[in-house]
Design a protein around this ligand. Structure first.
Ligand code: FAD
Length: 401
């Protein structure tokens, strides 16, 4: 079997096929496995540039894989949602209750619209009230797009993650480790998949041409939609459209190395820049106990800052506004991501366009006995996560077996 892409889904598929005694080769365009999960060490400590949190952590296959491989999973939750500090102030009991009520009210509207079968833009069903800006900011981080571009049904189908845990050595390290022992060909960018023969495929890549009984394609939907891989014969319209209706939203991070003991934010481990604008960052201190501050931006703001090379400058300015000029001396070197322009992902995680929540189920269906797709975009309850990618990769492998 050939698996295109050695991210979480490709690794999951390969492990399932290998366990069933099948030979498989992973063709990976990058110079490393892991895809959108990668741990960087340029700031002298582990920093997860992509996936960092084990969402649904108590039932997440990656939690088990991490612990079985001897990695330390930090079993404490980051304090998102109503518990988040706004700036350098913890929420008062009253503010906490107000934002809990806001989330409940908004998600009540989402559930009611979904129950009525209305797969419209989230922006259409939400009021413009005191809570709206705070919620819009959360959408940019959680879904990677503006509220107007969120599908109500897609959001309603997403399962709620009760536990979100980090890994001390980085979640990207865990994912890369899970590829050990698999036949991963790095630097192999797939350009064409010929699936015209019923019981075989011929896959062309920059590392040569390979044939096998079947292929599982796990490249991100925006890469598929751009036509980076051509198919012979062309993909049926349903799968082509599904990839187009599941574009990746863009989230980016900036990591700041902190001088040990220098950063004084009281007991805060997580805070948001402001509660009255969607154009703000979500900040985590010591996300995996490193001396790091991670700034997180999503949606239009993230795209704009990435394209202008201004992610770090925006984060510094917002932090200065919160903590004063003394913060400058405490934030040492920085490292920013650029997922929107990354040619092998073209974004961060998939967001169904309003009206197209069902595209995930379409993409997840095998195209033919010798061709199927997998990846986070194929998971309705767990899209945009490593967990969803894992389950999708395993399901694709099962369907070929
Ligand atoms: C900034 C950021 C933060 C995130 N935070 C979290 C988080 O905290 N928790 C969480 O669970 N998830 C998070 N995610 C999402 C998570 O990283 C993804 O859902 C998951 O990694 C997707 O796995 P995948 O296998 O579907 O796709 P990918 O990891 O993208 O794997 C696809 C692979 O295909 C390769 N490829 C592309 N084109 C070709 C080609 N032509 N030929 C060969 N190979 C190709 C790519 O290089 C890649 O390795 C985050 C993502 C980002 C970007």
């Amino acid at each position: 079997m050939i698996i295109v892409g050695a991210g979480a889904a490709g690794i999951a598929a390969a492990r399932r096929l290998t366990a069933a005694g099948k030979r498989c080769v992973l063709l990976e365009a990058r110079a490393r496995p892991g895809g959108r999960a990668v741990t960087d060490h340029s700031l002298d400590c582990p920093a997860d540039l992509g996936a960092a949190w084990l969402h649904f952590a108590d039932t997440n296959a990656w939690t088990t894989l991490a612990e079985q491989a001897g990695f330390e999973v930090i079993r404490s939750d980051p304090g998102w949602g109503p518990a988040a500090w706004v700036g350098n102030a913890p929420p008062t009991a009253q503010q906490r209750a107000a934002s809990a009520a806001g989330f409940e009210r908004y998600f009540g509207l989402v559930e009611a619209a979904a129950a009525a079968g209305r797969d419209v833009s989230l922006g259409e069903i939400l009021p413009v009230d005191d809570f709206r800006q705070r919620f819009d900011a959360v959408m940019t981080w959680a879904v990677g797009v503006e509220t107007a571009n969120v599908s109500v049904l897609d959001l309603a189908r997403y399962a709620e993650s009760a536990h979100n845990w980090a890994v001390r050595d980085g979640l990207g390290t865990v994912v890369a480790h899970a590829a050990d022992g698999l036949d991963v060909r790095l630097g192999a960018t797939v350009t064409n998949i010929d699936w015209s023969a019923a019981s075989s495929v011929r896959v062309e890549s920059t590392a040569g041409t390979l044939s096998a009984r079947a292929a599982i394609v796990t490249v991100p939907t925006s890469v598929l939609a751009r036509g980076a891989i051509s198919f012979t014969p062309a993909l049926p319209a349903a799968w082509r459209d599904a990839a187009e209706q599941l574009p990746l939203g863009v989230v980016n991070k900036v990591f700041f190395a902190l001088a040990p003991g220098s950063f004084d934010a009281g007991d805060a481990r997580h805070f948001i820049g402001r509660g009255d604008s969607a154009r703000t960052g979500s900040y985590s201190l010591f996300p995996a106990r490193q001396p790091l501050l991670s700034a997180f931006f999503g949606g239009d703001l993230s795209k704009e800052l990435e394209s202008r090379g201004e992610l770090e400058a925006f984060a510094r300015e917002e932090l200065r506004g919160i903590f004063g000029a003394r913060i400058d001396a405490q934030l040492a070197s920085a490292r920013s991501t650029a997922w929107g322009g990354d040619p092998f992902s073209l974004g961060s995680y998939s967001a169904a366009r309003p009206g197209h929540a069902d595209a995930r189920a379409v993409l997840a269906q095998p195209v033919a006995p010798n061709l199927c797709f997998a990846g986070e975009a194929c998971s309705a309850p767990y899209y945009g996560t490593l967990h969803g990618a894992w389950l999708s990769g395993q399901a694709a492998a099962e369907s070929l077996l």
